[in-house]
Design a protein around this ligand. Structure first.
Ligand SMILES: C[S@@+](CC[C@H](N)C(=O)[O-])C[C@H]1O[C@@H](n2cnc3c(N)ncnc32)[C@H](O)[C@@H]1O
Length: 316
C-alpha cells in the first residue's frame, strides 16, 4: 500500500490521522536533515491555466496594496513563502521595488514550462522588455534574491538586511515559530517599514471528514510533533498574534477574514462589523468543540477560537 492510500484510510478516524501525521512529520524532518527540501506545499500553479495563474498573482499583489493602503511598494522587500512562482516579486519589482528577497524553508515543486508561460504572459501584459538574465525563472529575475531552504525564523534572526516591506500570504500558519519570527521581522524593519501578513488559521484539510475545529482538540505536545517539521498548520491563533502586536513597538491592527463554520472568506473587518447571524453561527461551531479542546486552548475566548483567517498589518 502506498502513502496516499494509507493517508486515505487514516482520514476516516481522528486517531489514525494523528498517527499518520506523527509519522509524516518525523519523515519530513529526516528528509530536511538530509537536504531534501522539495514539497507539494505552495505548488499552486502547476494545476492552473496560465490565465488563472495570472489572475491569482494579480489578486495577491492587489490585496497586498489594499492591506497596506498604498499605491505601490518601494525600496527593499521581503516576501516569505512565495511557493512555486515569483510573479508577485516580478510585479513588485516592475512597480517600484528596488530589490525583493524571497525566503522559503522548502522548495515547492514546479513545472518549468508552466512557469515560462506565466512569466511570458505577465511580461507581455506589463509591457516589459525582458527582466530575466537568461531563461525566465527565480534565479534569473533581476532584483530577486531567492533563499530556498531557509526558514523565515532563521532568516530574520540572522537579520541580513533591513526592509521597507515584509509580506506573506498563507505562510505564517506554516511556520514552526511564527511569533519568534515576527519579533525578528519587527527588528528587521526600516523606520516607517511595514509588515503585511495574511494568515489562514484553518486546519488545511487535516481532518476533512470532521468538525472544522478538530485540530484544536489534539494534545499540544502531540500536535506539535504532527506539524513542526512538515509545516502543517501551527495552531497559533488570533490571540497570540494580538498579544505579540501589543508587546511590539509597532503600530498595527488585525482584521478578520474568515470564521469557523462559514464557507466563504470576506473582506478584512473587525469582529464588531461582522453580521450577528454570521458571528453566532461561528460561535456555535466553537461551542460544539469546547468540551474537547486541548488544555492550552481552554482559556481562549469563544470569539478568538471562532476566527479562522486574519490579515495582520503593522508599521515601525
Ligand atoms: C501554502 S504555501 C503559500 C504560497 C504562496 N504564498 C501562495 O499564496 O500561493 C506556503 C509556503 O510557505 C512556505 N513555508 C513553510 N514554512 C516556512 C518557513 N518556516 N519559513 C519560510 N517559508 C515557509 C512553503 O514552502 C510554501 O512556499
Amino acid at each position: 500500500m502506498d502513502l496516499i492510500s494509507v493517508r486515505e484510510l487514516a482520514k476516516k478516524s481522528i486517531a489514525a490521522s494523528c498517527l499518520y501525521y506523527l509519522y509524516d512529520d518525523w519523515r519530513t524532518g529526516r528528509q530536511i536533515a538530509l537536504g531534501n527540501i522539495e514539497t507539494e506545499s505552495g505548488a499552486r500553479h502547476s494545476l492552473m491555466s496560465t490565465k488563472d495563474s495570472i489572475s491569482y498573482i494579480r489578486k495577491v499583489y492587489n490585496d497586498y496594496l489594499a492591506y497596506g493602503r498604498v499605491q505601490k511598494f518601494q525600496g527593499r522587500i521581503a516576501e516569505i513563502g512565495p511557493g512555486d512562482n515569483f510573479g508577485v516579486a516580478l510585479l513588485l519589482l516592475t512597480h517600484g521595488a528596488e530589490e525583493v528577497d524571497a525566503i522559503d524553508r522548502f522548495y515547492s515543486k514546479r513545472d518549468h514550462d508552466t512557469q515560462w508561460k506565466i512569466y511570458s504572459e505577465l511580461c507581455s501584459e506589463e509591457g516589459l522588455e525582458n527582466p530575466f538574465l537568461g531563461d525566465p525563472g527565480e534565479i534569473t529575475l533581476q532584483g530577486l534574491g531567492y533563499h530556498p531552504g531557509v526558514a523565515a525564523e532563521e532568516f530574520f534572526a540572522a537579520r541580513r538586511e533591513y526592509y521597507d516591506v515584509i509580506l506573506s500570504r498563507a505562510v505564517l500558519e506554516h511556520l514552526f515559530d511564527p511569533i519568534g519570527a515576527l519579533r525578528d521581522m519587527a527588528k528587521s524593519l526600516k523606520p516607517g517599514g511595514i509588515l503585511i501578513h495574511r494568515i489562514d488559521l484553518r486546519d488545511h484539510g487535516m481532518f476533512p471528514n470532521h468538525h472544522p475545529l478538530t485540530h484544536l482538540t489534539i494534545n499540544e505536545l502531540i500536535y506539535r510533533r504532527m506539524t513542526s517539521e512538515s509545516g502543517r498548520p501551527n495552531r497559533i491563533l488570533i490571540h497570540r498574534y494580538r498579544e505579540w502586536l501589543e508587546e511590539s513597538n509597532l503600530d498595527g491592527k488585525i482584521c478578520i477574514t474568515r470564521l469557523a463554520g462559514i464557507k466563504n472568506e470576506f473582506k478584512p473587518v473587525c469582529w464588531d462589523d461582522i453580521p450577528n447571524r454570521t458571528r453566532n453561527k461561528a460561535l456555535t461551531a466553537v461551542q460544539q468543540v469546547r468540551p474537547k479542546l486541548a488544555r492550552n486552548l481552554r482559556n481562549v475566548s469563544d470569539e478568538d477560537l471562532a476566527v479562522t483567517g486574519i490579515v495582520l498589518t503593522a508599521k515601525a
